[in-house]
Ligand binder design. Structure first.
Ligand SMILES: C[S@@+](CC[C@H](N)C(=O)[O-])C[C@H]1O[C@@H](n2cnc3c(N)ncnc32)[C@H](O)[C@@H]1O
Length: 267
């Protein structure tokens, strides 16, 4: 059996990561050291990081809302800014709420909301089989149901009119801006997780237009977007008959648009 990696290798790893351009080399080195099981494992991890894989894909997990979320290779890495939307959703939730996480990726958002609110009934959807497998790993223990397919299509019909919180961080990068993303995203995350069409809102508009029949009276739809896309996103919510508001955090560079179904509204 190989010994655990020794802390004495830390300075060498920091130097190696720094030379490869890792800005937070010391933090990353400590995370790699604490995750690797053997010196060989550590060497492989450092090599993968030096070759440009996202840190979370190398570690196999990401920290999201204080939880350790498994993130498989080829699955979108949950971003710190998305924690803002979870805080907004948690503030609107009641115990036992029915929650749907559309475009769930690893399932990080649903997992965090289920940890913050007692007794939620959680459903998550993704179109990408790799994301679905990863989300199942993360959500099954929390009692979540993960469905594979296009937006609302795979959801059980019994959820219609019952969803208290619909949360979505769908792809919202305009096609023409994909080439400007850092290589960690552009090369190592799937196109289906990033590309939102010409203005970035193709999938977001579908999420919004098809939401009302699923929402419970008084239910909410929370969509992550960018500051620039907030106004057209809010307009799409209004067109769907939802009462919309835009909120954000400069600290997290986060923008969320929240739509509410009026308590007395028909589907
Ligand atoms: C930006 S990632 C966000 C993942 C996750 N919500 C998070 O914040 O970590 C968008 C996700 O949407 C999924 N997706 C793209 N188009 C979809 C569609 N039509 N139906 C369901 N999921 C879709 C992608 O596979 C990807 O996992």
């Amino acid at each position: 059996m190989s010994a655990s990696p020794s802390l004495s290798s830390l300075p060498h790893i920091v130097t190696t990561l720094r030379a490869a351009g890792c800005v937070f080399a010391e933090d990353e080195a400590r995370l790699l050291l604490s995750t690797a099981r053997t010196p060989d494992d550590l060497a492989t991890m450092v090599d993968r990081r030096v070759r440009g894989l996202p840190l979370e894909h190398v570690l196999g997990w990401a920290d999201f809302c204080g939880l350790r979320v498994a993130v498989d290779p080829g699955v979108f890495v949950p971003r710190p800014r998305t924690q803002f939307l979870i805080a907004q959703a948690a503030a609107l939730a009641r115990p036992g709420a029915v929650v749907v996480d559309l475009c769930c990726g690893s399932g990080a958002m649903g997992l965090a909301l289920a940890a913050a609110v007692d007794g939620v009934e959680l459903h998550a959807v993704d179109i990408d089989p790799a994301a679905v497998r990863c989300a199942r790993r993360n959500l099954t223990a929390a009692g979540g149901h993960v469905h594979e397919g296009d937006l609302y299509e795979p959801l059980p019909a019994t959820l219609r009119g019952r969803v208290d919180l619909l949360i979505a961080s769908a792809p919202y990068v305009p096609t023409g801006a994909i080439g400007l993303l850092p290589p960690e995203a552009r090369v190592h995350e799937p196109r289906v997780a990033l590309d939102g069409g010409a203005d970035g809102l193709d999938i977001v508009r579908r999420v919004i237009a098809e939401a009302p029949p699923w929402l419970a009276p008084g239910g909410h739809l929370l969509v992550e977007t960018s500051e620039r896309q907030a106004a057209p996103t809010a307009e799409a919510l209004a067109r769907a008959g939802l009462v919309s508001r835009v909120t954000g955090s400069a600290e997290l560079d986060a923008t969320a648009v929240i739509g509410a179904r009026r308590a007395g509204a028909g589907a």
